[in-house]
Design a protein around this ligand. Sequence first.
Ligand code: SAM
Length: 419
Amino acid sequence: MASLTEIAEGILANAKRLDEYTASKGLRYSTFEKDTLSNLPDDFEDCRKSLVDSTQELKQLAHGPVGLLLETLFLFNDLLSLRFIYHYNIPQYVPADGSISYADIARASKLDEALLRRFIQAAMVNRVFSEPQINYVQHTAISRLLKEDPEAMDAVGFLLEDLAPASTKVLEAFEKWPGSGEPNETGFNIENDTGDPFYLELAKTPERSRRFGGGMRFMTRGSLYDIGHLINGYDWAALDKADGLVVDIGGGHGGVSRALATSTVKLQLIVQDLPGTVKEGESLLPENLKGRVKFMPHDFFTEQPVKGADVYFFRFILHNWSDSYCTKILKNLLPAMKDGSKVVIYEFLISEMANTAWSQKQGRNLDMIGATGWNSLERTASDWENLFASVDPRYRFIGARTPEKSSVSLIEAVYRQLD
Ligand SMILES: C[S@@+](CC[C@H](N)C(=O)[O-])C[C@H]1O[C@@H](n2cnc3c(N)ncnc32)[C@H](O)[C@@H]1O
Protein backbone atom coordinates (compact mmCIF):
# COMPACT_ATOMS: atom_id res chain seq x y z
CA MET A 1 0.00 0.00 0.00
CA ALA A 2 1.19 3.50 -0.85
CA SER A 3 2.31 5.93 1.85
CA LEU A 4 0.41 9.14 2.56
CA THR A 5 3.06 11.03 0.62
CA GLU A 6 2.84 8.71 -2.38
CA ILE A 7 -0.95 9.00 -2.49
CA ALA A 8 -0.71 12.78 -2.08
CA GLU A 9 1.81 13.00 -4.92
CA GLY A 10 -0.62 11.15 -7.19
CA ILE A 11 -3.33 13.58 -6.12
CA LEU A 12 -1.10 16.54 -6.86
CA ALA A 13 -0.26 15.27 -10.33
CA ASN A 14 -3.94 14.75 -11.21
CA ALA A 15 -4.99 18.07 -9.68
CA LYS A 16 -2.35 19.88 -11.73
CA ARG A 17 -3.48 18.20 -14.95
CA LEU A 18 -7.10 19.20 -14.31
CA ASP A 19 -6.22 22.79 -13.39
CA GLU A 20 -4.06 23.03 -16.51
CA TYR A 21 -6.92 21.67 -18.60
CA THR A 22 -9.46 24.21 -17.31
CA ALA A 23 -6.92 27.02 -17.75
CA SER A 24 -6.25 25.89 -21.33
CA LYS A 25 -9.99 26.27 -22.02
CA GLY A 26 -9.98 29.78 -20.60
CA LEU A 27 -11.98 28.59 -17.57
CA ARG A 28 -11.39 29.30 -13.89
CA TYR A 29 -10.45 26.37 -11.71
CA SER A 30 -13.43 24.52 -10.27
CA THR A 31 -15.04 25.88 -7.10
CA PHE A 32 -18.03 24.86 -5.01
CA GLU A 33 -19.90 27.81 -6.51
CA LYS A 34 -19.04 27.09 -10.13
CA ASP A 35 -18.02 23.67 -11.36
CA THR A 36 -15.74 23.66 -14.38
CA LEU A 37 -14.98 19.94 -14.39
CA SER A 38 -18.12 18.65 -16.10
CA ASN A 39 -18.08 17.22 -19.63
CA LEU A 40 -14.36 16.52 -19.62
CA PRO A 41 -12.73 14.64 -22.52
CA ASP A 42 -12.15 10.94 -21.70
CA ASP A 43 -8.53 11.28 -20.55
CA PHE A 44 -9.30 14.08 -18.17
CA GLU A 45 -12.43 12.33 -16.92
CA ASP A 46 -10.21 9.36 -15.97
CA CYS A 47 -7.94 11.81 -14.23
CA ARG A 48 -10.90 13.31 -12.31
CA LYS A 49 -12.12 9.86 -11.21
CA SER A 50 -8.66 8.88 -10.10
CA LEU A 51 -8.45 12.13 -8.10
CA VAL A 52 -11.71 11.27 -6.31
CA ASP A 53 -10.54 7.70 -5.60
CA SER A 54 -7.20 8.77 -4.19
CA THR A 55 -8.51 11.73 -2.17
CA GLN A 56 -11.03 9.37 -0.60
CA GLU A 57 -8.26 6.89 0.22
CA LEU A 58 -6.10 9.65 1.70
CA LYS A 59 -8.96 11.00 3.78
CA GLN A 60 -9.84 7.55 5.08
CA LEU A 61 -6.24 6.88 6.09
CA ALA A 62 -5.88 10.30 7.70
CA HIS A 63 -9.07 9.76 9.70
CA GLY A 64 -7.78 6.57 11.28
CA PRO A 65 -10.15 3.80 12.33
CA VAL A 66 -12.12 5.70 14.95
CA GLY A 67 -12.52 8.83 12.84
CA LEU A 68 -13.57 6.84 9.79
CA LEU A 69 -16.02 4.72 11.75
CA LEU A 70 -17.61 7.80 13.30
CA GLU A 71 -17.80 9.57 9.95
CA THR A 72 -19.67 6.57 8.53
CA LEU A 73 -21.97 6.31 11.54
CA PHE A 74 -23.11 9.90 11.34
CA LEU A 75 -23.88 9.81 7.62
CA PHE A 76 -27.61 9.62 8.32
CA ASN A 77 -27.45 13.22 9.50
CA ASP A 78 -26.24 14.30 6.08
CA LEU A 79 -29.31 12.69 4.58
CA LEU A 80 -31.57 14.23 7.20
CA SER A 81 -30.48 17.79 6.44
CA LEU A 82 -30.71 17.19 2.69
CA ARG A 83 -34.18 15.72 3.13
CA PHE A 84 -35.22 18.88 4.95
CA ILE A 85 -33.89 20.97 2.03
CA TYR A 86 -35.90 18.80 -0.39
CA HIS A 87 -39.05 18.53 1.66
CA TYR A 88 -39.44 22.27 2.16
CA ASN A 89 -38.07 23.09 -1.28
CA ILE A 90 -35.56 25.50 0.20
CA PRO A 91 -33.64 26.03 -3.10
CA GLN A 92 -36.60 27.91 -4.56
CA TYR A 93 -36.34 30.66 -1.91
CA VAL A 94 -32.72 31.47 -2.63
CA PRO A 95 -32.13 33.74 -5.65
CA ALA A 96 -30.03 32.29 -8.47
CA ASP A 97 -27.56 35.14 -7.98
CA GLY A 98 -26.95 37.03 -4.78
CA SER A 99 -28.12 35.99 -1.34
CA ILE A 100 -31.10 36.03 1.03
CA SER A 101 -31.30 36.24 4.82
CA TYR A 102 -32.47 33.36 6.96
CA ALA A 103 -35.21 35.70 8.21
CA ASP A 104 -36.52 36.22 4.66
CA ILE A 105 -36.48 32.48 3.88
CA ALA A 106 -38.38 31.91 7.13
CA ARG A 107 -40.98 34.53 6.19
CA ALA A 108 -41.45 33.11 2.68
CA SER A 109 -41.52 29.45 3.72
CA LYS A 110 -43.41 29.97 6.99
CA LEU A 111 -40.78 27.86 8.75
CA ASP A 112 -39.20 28.70 12.06
CA GLU A 113 -36.02 30.73 11.43
CA ALA A 114 -33.88 28.97 14.06
CA LEU A 115 -34.90 25.55 12.76
CA LEU A 116 -34.19 26.58 9.19
CA ARG A 117 -30.76 27.86 10.06
CA ARG A 118 -29.83 24.60 11.83
CA PHE A 119 -30.83 22.37 8.93
CA ILE A 120 -29.43 24.62 6.21
CA GLN A 121 -26.13 24.98 8.04
CA ALA A 122 -25.96 21.19 8.47
CA ALA A 123 -26.51 20.78 4.71
CA MET A 124 -23.72 23.30 4.03
CA VAL A 125 -21.22 20.79 5.38
CA ASN A 126 -21.90 18.90 2.14
CA ARG A 127 -21.73 22.09 0.07
CA VAL A 128 -25.46 22.49 -0.33
CA PHE A 129 -25.72 26.31 0.05
CA SER A 130 -23.08 28.54 1.61
CA GLU A 131 -22.99 31.68 3.73
CA PRO A 132 -21.46 34.74 2.03
CA GLN A 133 -21.76 36.58 5.38
CA ILE A 134 -23.39 35.99 8.72
CA ASN A 135 -27.20 35.47 8.55
CA TYR A 136 -27.23 35.13 4.75
CA VAL A 137 -27.50 32.16 2.39
CA GLN A 138 -26.40 31.86 -1.22
CA HIS A 139 -26.31 29.04 -3.74
CA THR A 140 -23.50 26.63 -4.36
CA ALA A 141 -23.30 24.62 -7.57
CA ILE A 142 -25.28 21.79 -5.89
CA SER A 143 -28.10 23.91 -4.46
CA ARG A 144 -28.36 25.83 -7.74
CA LEU A 145 -28.74 22.50 -9.53
CA LEU A 146 -31.61 21.67 -7.16
CA LYS A 147 -33.24 25.01 -7.92
CA GLU A 148 -32.85 24.84 -11.69
CA ASP A 149 -33.15 21.16 -12.52
CA PRO A 150 -36.46 19.58 -11.41
CA GLU A 151 -35.13 16.08 -12.20
CA ALA A 152 -32.24 16.63 -9.76
CA MET A 153 -34.84 17.40 -7.07
CA ASP A 154 -36.78 14.30 -8.14
CA ALA A 155 -33.67 12.17 -7.61
CA VAL A 156 -33.25 13.58 -4.10
CA GLY A 157 -36.92 13.00 -3.33
CA PHE A 158 -37.01 9.45 -4.65
CA LEU A 159 -33.83 8.42 -2.83
CA LEU A 160 -34.55 10.16 0.46
CA GLU A 161 -38.32 9.82 0.75
CA ASP A 162 -38.95 6.47 -0.97
CA LEU A 163 -35.76 4.43 -0.65
CA ALA A 164 -33.81 5.62 2.40
CA PRO A 165 -36.71 5.09 4.86
CA ALA A 166 -37.30 1.63 3.34
CA SER A 167 -33.62 0.77 3.86
CA THR A 168 -34.11 1.08 7.64
CA LYS A 169 -36.61 -1.79 7.45
CA VAL A 170 -34.53 -4.26 5.44
CA LEU A 171 -33.37 -6.33 8.41
CA GLU A 172 -36.92 -6.44 9.75
CA ALA A 173 -37.97 -7.84 6.37
CA PHE A 174 -35.17 -10.44 6.46
CA GLU A 175 -36.44 -11.59 9.86
CA LYS A 176 -40.08 -11.61 8.83
CA TRP A 177 -39.46 -13.42 5.51
CA PRO A 178 -36.14 -15.32 5.85
CA GLY A 179 -34.41 -16.02 2.53
CA SER A 180 -37.26 -14.50 0.50
CA GLY A 181 -36.80 -13.73 -3.19
CA GLU A 182 -40.32 -12.30 -3.46
CA PRO A 183 -40.51 -8.71 -4.69
CA ASN A 184 -43.26 -7.89 -2.18
CA GLU A 185 -41.46 -9.09 0.96
CA THR A 186 -38.95 -6.27 1.35
CA GLY A 187 -38.04 -3.37 3.59
CA PHE A 188 -40.00 -1.20 1.16
CA ASN A 189 -43.12 -3.33 1.83
CA ILE A 190 -42.77 -2.95 5.58
CA GLU A 191 -42.07 0.79 5.38
CA ASN A 192 -45.07 1.34 3.09
CA ASP A 193 -47.29 -1.19 4.85
CA THR A 194 -48.19 -2.79 1.53
CA GLY A 195 -48.32 -6.23 -0.05
CA ASP A 196 -47.73 -4.78 -3.51
CA PRO A 197 -44.33 -4.74 -5.20
CA PHE A 198 -42.38 -1.52 -5.64
CA TYR A 199 -43.64 -0.17 -8.98
CA LEU A 200 -47.27 -1.06 -8.29
CA GLU A 201 -47.09 0.72 -4.95
CA LEU A 202 -45.51 3.83 -6.47
CA ALA A 203 -48.11 3.86 -9.23
CA LYS A 204 -50.86 4.36 -6.62
CA THR A 205 -49.55 7.90 -6.07
CA PRO A 206 -49.00 9.66 -9.40
CA GLU A 207 -46.60 12.16 -7.80
CA ARG A 208 -44.36 9.35 -6.48
CA SER A 209 -44.43 7.66 -9.87
CA ARG A 210 -43.57 10.89 -11.66
CA ARG A 211 -40.79 11.63 -9.18
CA PHE A 212 -39.31 8.17 -9.73
CA GLY A 213 -39.27 8.74 -13.51
CA GLY A 214 -37.62 12.17 -13.18
CA GLY A 215 -35.09 10.86 -10.64
CA MET A 216 -34.16 7.94 -12.89
CA ARG A 217 -33.64 10.27 -15.84
CA PHE A 218 -31.35 12.42 -13.72
CA MET A 219 -29.33 9.49 -12.41
CA THR A 220 -28.86 7.90 -15.82
CA ARG A 221 -27.60 11.06 -17.51
CA GLY A 222 -23.94 11.47 -18.25
CA SER A 223 -21.06 9.29 -19.25
CA LEU A 224 -21.70 6.53 -16.68
CA TYR A 225 -24.78 5.41 -18.59
CA ASP A 226 -23.79 6.61 -22.06
CA ILE A 227 -25.60 4.31 -24.48
CA GLY A 228 -22.64 4.72 -26.85
CA HIS A 229 -20.73 2.18 -24.72
CA LEU A 230 -23.38 -0.42 -25.51
CA ILE A 231 -23.53 0.50 -29.19
CA ASN A 232 -19.73 0.43 -29.65
CA GLY A 233 -19.01 -2.31 -27.12
CA TYR A 234 -20.75 -5.18 -28.92
CA ASP A 235 -20.47 -6.52 -32.44
CA TRP A 236 -23.92 -5.41 -33.61
CA ALA A 237 -22.50 -5.04 -37.14
CA ALA A 238 -22.33 -8.85 -37.37
CA LEU A 239 -26.14 -8.93 -37.02
CA ASP A 240 -26.75 -6.03 -39.38
CA LYS A 241 -28.27 -8.03 -42.21
CA ALA A 242 -31.80 -8.32 -43.58
CA ASP A 243 -32.75 -11.23 -41.29
CA GLY A 244 -30.83 -9.95 -38.23
CA LEU A 245 -33.25 -9.74 -35.30
CA VAL A 246 -32.90 -8.46 -31.73
CA VAL A 247 -35.71 -8.70 -29.17
CA ASP A 248 -35.38 -5.97 -26.55
CA ILE A 249 -37.19 -7.55 -23.61
CA GLY A 250 -38.65 -5.17 -21.02
CA GLY A 251 -37.33 -2.53 -23.41
CA GLY A 252 -39.44 0.28 -21.94
CA HIS A 253 -39.97 3.07 -24.44
CA GLY A 254 -37.35 1.55 -26.74
CA GLY A 255 -34.39 3.82 -25.98
CA VAL A 256 -31.87 1.05 -26.63
CA SER A 257 -33.61 -0.22 -29.76
CA ARG A 258 -33.85 3.26 -31.21
CA ALA A 259 -30.12 3.78 -30.68
CA LEU A 260 -29.33 0.36 -32.18
CA ALA A 261 -31.54 0.99 -35.19
CA THR A 262 -29.89 4.36 -35.74
CA SER A 263 -26.41 2.86 -35.66
CA THR A 264 -27.23 -0.03 -38.04
CA VAL A 265 -28.79 -0.27 -41.49
CA LYS A 266 -30.79 -3.48 -41.70
CA LEU A 267 -31.06 -4.87 -38.18
CA GLN A 268 -34.68 -5.48 -37.09
CA LEU A 269 -35.67 -4.79 -33.49
CA ILE A 270 -38.73 -5.78 -31.48
CA VAL A 271 -39.32 -3.96 -28.20
CA GLN A 272 -41.39 -5.93 -25.72
CA ASP A 273 -42.89 -4.50 -22.54
CA LEU A 274 -46.17 -4.29 -20.66
CA PRO A 275 -49.09 -2.99 -22.79
CA GLY A 276 -49.21 0.61 -21.47
CA THR A 277 -45.46 1.12 -21.87
CA VAL A 278 -45.47 -0.36 -25.37
CA LYS A 279 -48.21 2.03 -26.41
CA GLU A 280 -46.30 5.04 -25.10
CA GLY A 281 -43.08 3.79 -26.75
CA GLU A 282 -44.82 3.38 -30.09
CA SER A 283 -46.15 6.93 -29.97
CA LEU A 284 -42.64 8.28 -29.32
CA LEU A 285 -40.97 6.34 -32.15
CA PRO A 286 -39.57 8.60 -34.92
CA GLU A 287 -41.15 8.01 -38.33
CA ASN A 288 -37.87 7.00 -39.99
CA LEU A 289 -37.38 4.04 -37.59
CA LYS A 290 -40.88 2.60 -37.88
CA GLY A 291 -39.84 0.09 -40.54
CA ARG A 292 -37.20 -1.54 -38.34
CA VAL A 293 -38.34 -1.01 -34.73
CA LYS A 294 -41.59 -2.70 -33.74
CA PHE A 295 -43.35 -2.71 -30.38
CA MET A 296 -45.08 -5.77 -28.96
CA PRO A 297 -46.87 -6.22 -25.63
CA HIS A 298 -45.36 -9.19 -23.84
CA ASP A 299 -45.08 -10.28 -20.22
CA PHE A 300 -41.66 -11.86 -19.76
CA PHE A 301 -43.13 -14.32 -17.26
CA THR A 302 -44.86 -16.01 -20.17
CA GLU A 303 -43.38 -17.92 -23.11
CA GLN A 304 -41.42 -15.83 -25.61
CA PRO A 305 -43.52 -15.47 -28.81
CA VAL A 306 -40.73 -14.24 -31.13
CA LYS A 307 -38.98 -17.34 -32.45
CA GLY A 308 -35.40 -17.67 -33.66
CA ALA A 309 -34.06 -14.19 -32.91
CA ASP A 310 -30.29 -13.68 -32.96
CA VAL A 311 -30.26 -11.86 -29.64
CA TYR A 312 -32.69 -11.71 -26.72
CA PHE A 313 -31.56 -8.56 -25.00
CA PHE A 314 -32.15 -7.26 -21.45
CA ARG A 315 -31.01 -3.89 -20.14
CA PHE A 316 -31.54 -3.21 -16.42
CA ILE A 317 -34.17 -5.95 -16.10
CA LEU A 318 -32.72 -9.03 -14.44
CA HIS A 319 -31.09 -7.05 -11.60
CA ASN A 320 -34.63 -6.29 -10.45
CA TRP A 321 -35.38 -9.95 -9.89
CA SER A 322 -34.14 -12.67 -7.54
CA ASP A 323 -32.60 -15.84 -9.00
CA SER A 324 -35.87 -17.77 -8.89
CA TYR A 325 -37.64 -15.11 -10.99
CA CYS A 326 -34.67 -14.73 -13.38
CA THR A 327 -34.83 -18.49 -13.84
CA LYS A 328 -38.47 -18.20 -14.93
CA ILE A 329 -37.66 -15.34 -17.31
CA LEU A 330 -34.74 -17.23 -18.91
CA LYS A 331 -36.70 -20.50 -19.12
CA ASN A 332 -39.45 -18.69 -21.00
CA LEU A 333 -36.97 -17.92 -23.79
CA LEU A 334 -35.94 -21.52 -24.39
CA PRO A 335 -38.83 -22.64 -26.65
CA ALA A 336 -38.15 -19.65 -28.93
CA MET A 337 -34.40 -20.01 -29.29
CA LYS A 338 -32.51 -21.43 -32.28
CA ASP A 339 -29.06 -22.94 -32.12
CA GLY A 340 -26.73 -19.95 -31.74
CA SER A 341 -29.33 -17.53 -30.37
CA LYS A 342 -27.79 -15.39 -27.65
CA VAL A 343 -28.95 -13.79 -24.46
CA VAL A 344 -27.20 -10.43 -24.05
CA ILE A 345 -27.59 -8.61 -20.76
CA TYR A 346 -26.44 -5.05 -20.08
CA GLU A 347 -26.11 -4.31 -16.37
CA PHE A 348 -23.67 -3.38 -13.65
CA LEU A 349 -21.27 -6.19 -12.85
CA ILE A 350 -20.18 -6.58 -9.26
CA SER A 351 -16.53 -7.54 -8.80
CA GLU A 352 -15.93 -10.93 -7.19
CA MET A 353 -13.81 -9.30 -4.52
CA ALA A 354 -14.72 -6.11 -2.68
CA ASN A 355 -13.44 -3.02 -4.45
CA THR A 356 -13.00 0.02 -2.25
CA ALA A 357 -12.57 2.59 -5.04
CA TRP A 358 -15.25 5.28 -5.06
CA SER A 359 -15.51 4.98 -8.85
CA GLN A 360 -16.62 1.35 -8.47
CA LYS A 361 -19.30 2.07 -5.90
CA GLN A 362 -22.36 2.45 -8.11
CA GLY A 363 -22.77 -1.31 -8.54
CA ARG A 364 -22.69 -1.73 -4.76
CA ASN A 365 -25.22 1.09 -4.31
CA LEU A 366 -27.58 -0.62 -6.73
CA ASP A 367 -27.02 -3.95 -5.01
CA MET A 368 -28.16 -2.50 -1.66
CA ILE A 369 -31.12 -0.81 -3.37
CA GLY A 370 -32.05 -4.17 -4.90
CA ALA A 371 -32.08 -5.68 -1.41
CA THR A 372 -34.23 -2.81 -0.13
CA GLY A 373 -36.94 -2.62 -2.74
CA TRP A 374 -37.04 -5.82 -4.75
CA ASN A 375 -35.27 -8.68 -2.93
CA SER A 376 -33.02 -8.63 -5.97
CA LEU A 377 -29.29 -8.22 -6.50
CA GLU A 378 -26.47 -7.07 -8.73
CA ARG A 379 -24.48 -10.10 -9.86
CA THR A 380 -20.84 -11.06 -10.29
CA ALA A 381 -19.60 -12.88 -13.42
CA SER A 382 -19.71 -16.17 -11.52
CA ASP A 383 -23.25 -15.42 -10.29
CA TRP A 384 -24.27 -15.10 -13.95
CA GLU A 385 -22.41 -18.26 -14.94
CA ASN A 386 -24.08 -20.21 -12.12
CA LEU A 387 -27.49 -18.77 -12.97
CA PHE A 388 -27.31 -19.83 -16.63
CA ALA A 389 -25.95 -23.25 -15.66
CA SER A 390 -28.82 -23.77 -13.23
CA VAL A 391 -31.53 -22.73 -15.70
CA ASP A 392 -30.77 -25.18 -18.51
CA PRO A 393 -27.75 -27.08 -19.89
CA ARG A 394 -28.50 -25.64 -23.36
CA TYR A 395 -27.38 -22.23 -22.11
CA ARG A 396 -23.59 -21.84 -22.47
CA PHE A 397 -22.20 -18.90 -20.60
CA ILE A 398 -19.85 -16.94 -22.88
CA GLY A 399 -18.63 -14.37 -20.39
CA ALA A 400 -18.99 -10.92 -18.95
CA ARG A 401 -16.95 -7.89 -19.92
CA THR A 402 -17.05 -4.16 -19.50
CA PRO A 403 -16.65 -2.09 -22.68
CA GLU A 404 -13.83 0.45 -22.51
CA LYS A 405 -14.79 3.57 -20.53
CA SER A 406 -18.15 2.04 -19.59
CA SER A 407 -19.40 1.47 -16.07
CA VAL A 408 -22.05 -0.95 -17.29
CA SER A 409 -21.13 -4.45 -18.51
CA LEU A 410 -22.17 -6.94 -21.16
CA ILE A 411 -23.04 -10.45 -20.04
CA GLU A 412 -23.56 -13.06 -22.73
CA ALA A 413 -24.75 -16.65 -23.09
CA VAL A 414 -25.45 -18.71 -26.20
CA TYR A 415 -28.10 -21.37 -26.77
CA ARG A 416 -26.77 -24.70 -28.09
CA GLN A 417 -28.92 -27.71 -28.95
CA LEU A 418 -27.88 -30.77 -26.96
CA ASP A 419 -26.50 -33.64 -29.11
C1 SAM B 1 -35.78 -0.57 -15.27
S1 SAM B 1 -36.87 -0.54 -16.62
C2 SAM B 1 -35.75 -0.89 -17.95
C3 SAM B 1 -36.28 -0.46 -19.28
C4 SAM B 1 -35.31 -0.63 -20.47
N1 SAM B 1 -34.83 -1.98 -20.60
C5 SAM B 1 -34.17 0.34 -20.39
O1 SAM B 1 -33.06 -0.08 -20.07
O2 SAM B 1 -34.41 1.54 -20.62
C6 SAM B 1 -37.76 -2.07 -16.41
C7 SAM B 1 -38.81 -2.32 -17.49
O3 SAM B 1 -39.34 -3.65 -17.30
C8 SAM B 1 -40.71 -3.60 -17.64
N2 SAM B 1 -41.40 -4.77 -17.05
C9 SAM B 1 -41.66 -4.99 -15.74
N3 SAM B 1 -42.30 -6.17 -15.60
C10 SAM B 1 -42.44 -6.69 -16.85
C11 SAM B 1 -42.99 -7.90 -17.35
N4 SAM B 1 -43.52 -8.81 -16.53
N5 SAM B 1 -42.94 -8.12 -18.68
C12 SAM B 1 -42.38 -7.21 -19.52
N6 SAM B 1 -41.84 -6.04 -19.09
C13 SAM B 1 -41.87 -5.78 -17.77
C14 SAM B 1 -41.15 -2.27 -17.08
O4 SAM B 1 -42.37 -1.85 -17.65
C15 SAM B 1 -39.96 -1.37 -17.45
O5 SAM B 1 -40.14 -0.80 -18.72
